[in-house]
Design a protein. Structure first.
Length: 307
C-alpha cells in the first residue's frame, strides 16, 4: 500500500473517469484512495512537481491545466485553499469549467464561502454541468485513513451520483440542503472545534499549574463527560509540546474569517468564537502561523514549559 494512505476496504462501484484538482495534505491522499479504489484518476496541482510525484506513486495521469484534467473526466473534484484559489482553478480559459462537458459533476471539497459555492454552481449549471459544495472534516489523518466526514450542499440526484466516490475516502457524507449548505455546516463545525480546543487548552494549563499528573488526568477525563475527539487527539500532543500540523493556525484563521463574514450577514452572535479568533491572531503574530491549532496551549502554559 502506498505510504500516503492507509489500507481500507472499498465498496465495489463502477469505475469512473475522475479529475482531482489540488494535491495538498488532504487532496493528495483523497485522490490516492480514488485511484486505489479502481477509478481512472487524472490530477492537476499548481505545483507540477507534486502532480508528477502523485502520478509516479499511484500510476495514474497528471494534466498541465485544470481544463485539460476536466476534459478527460465525468466527475471533477477539487480541494484547494480558499475562494480565490477555487475561482482560479474553475474559471478562465485554463479553468476546469472550460474543459467540462455537459453532464459533468463538479464536487468541491474546499472550505470556502457559501457565496462562492452558489456563484460557481450557477456557472456550472449554465453549461449543463452540476456542482456540489462538499467541505470535509477529519484532518490529514482522516484523509490518509479514508474516514473523513463530508457535509454537502446541492441537489439530491447529484449527491447520490457523488456518494460512491466520496465514500472511498470518507466514513460519512451527508446532504445538508441546497448549494452553500455544506459550507455553512463546515462553519458550524469550526465554531465547535475552536470552542472545544480553547476549553481543552485552558484545562490542560490549569491542571499543570495545579500540580496534577496530566497524563493520568487525561486518562480519567477521556472516560467521562469531558471526553471529545479534541481531548483524545490534541490533549497528549499539548502535553508533549508537539505542535506539528495537523491543521494550521493559518488555515483556521481563514475559516474563522469565513465564519465572521457569514455571522455579519445572518446576525448570529459569536462572542466566544470572536475571542478565540483573537487568540489565533496573536499566535500568528508570534510567528506560529504554520503550526497546529493546538498551539493555543502556548498562550496559557507556564512560560518555562511552553516551547
Amino acid at each position: 500500500m502506498n505510504p500516503s494512505i492507509q489500507a481500507k476496504p472499498y465498496e465495489h462501484t463502477t469505475p469512473q473517469k475522475v479529475a482531482f484538482i489540488g494535491l495538498g495534505v488532504m487532496g493528495y491522499p483523497m485522490a490516492g484512495h480514488l485511484a486505489q479504489a479502481g477509478h481512472q484518476v487524472t490530477v492537476y496541482n499548481r505545483n507540477q512537481a507534486k502532480a508528477e510525484q502523485w502520478s509516479a506513486q499511484f500510476k495514474h495521469e497528471w494534466a498541465a491545466t485544470p481544463a485539460l484534467a476536466a476534459a478527460q473526466a465525468d466527475i471533477v473534484m477539487a480541494c484547494v485553499g480558499n475562494d480565490d484559489d477555487l475561482r482560479a482553478i474553475f474559471l478562465g480559459p485554463d479553468g476546469a469549467l472550460a474543459g467540462m462537458k455537459a453532464g459533468t459533476l463538479f464536487i468541491d471539497h474546499t472550505t470556502a464561502s457559501a457565496e462562492v459555492a452558489r456563484e460557481l454552481g450557477d456557472l456550472a449549471s449554465s453549461k449543463g454541468a452540476s456542482f456540489i459544495d462538499a467541505p470535509i472534516s477529519g484532518g490529514q489523518a482522516g484523509a490518509q485513513k479514508g474516514v473523513l466526514s463530508i457535509m454537502c450542499g446541492g441537489k439530491a440526484e447529484d449527491m447520490e451520483r457523488s456518494r460512491p466516490l466520496m465514500m472511498t475516502y470518507a466514513q460519512a457524507c451527508t446532504l445538508m440542503g441546497p448549494l452553500g449548505s455544506g459550507q455553512l455546516c463546515k462553519m458550524v463545525n469550526q465554531i465547535a472545534v475552536v470552542g472545544l480546543l480553547q476549553g481543552l487548552a485552558e484545562a490542560m494549563a490549569f491542571g499543570e499549574r495545579a500540580g496534577l499528573d496530566m497524563e493520568q488526568a487525561l486518562s480519567v477525563l477521556t472516560k467521562g463527560a469531558a471526553r471529545s475527539w479534541q481531548m483524545e487527539t490534541k490533549g497528549p500532543t499539548m502535553l508533549a509540546r508537539d505542535f506539528q500540523p495537523g491543521f494550521t493556525v493559518n488555515w483556521m484563521l481563514k475559516d474563522l474569517d469565513l465564519v465572521k463574514q457569514e455571522a455579519l450577514r445572518n446576525g448570529a452572535l459569536l462572542p466566544g468564537t470572536a475571542l478565540i479568533q483573537e487568540q489565533f491572531a496573536k499566535i500568528a503574530e508570534q510567528g506560529h502561523r504554520d503550526m497546529d491549532i493546538s498551539t493555543l496551549f502556548k498562550l496559557l502554559a507556564r512560560p518555562s514549559e511552553a516551547t
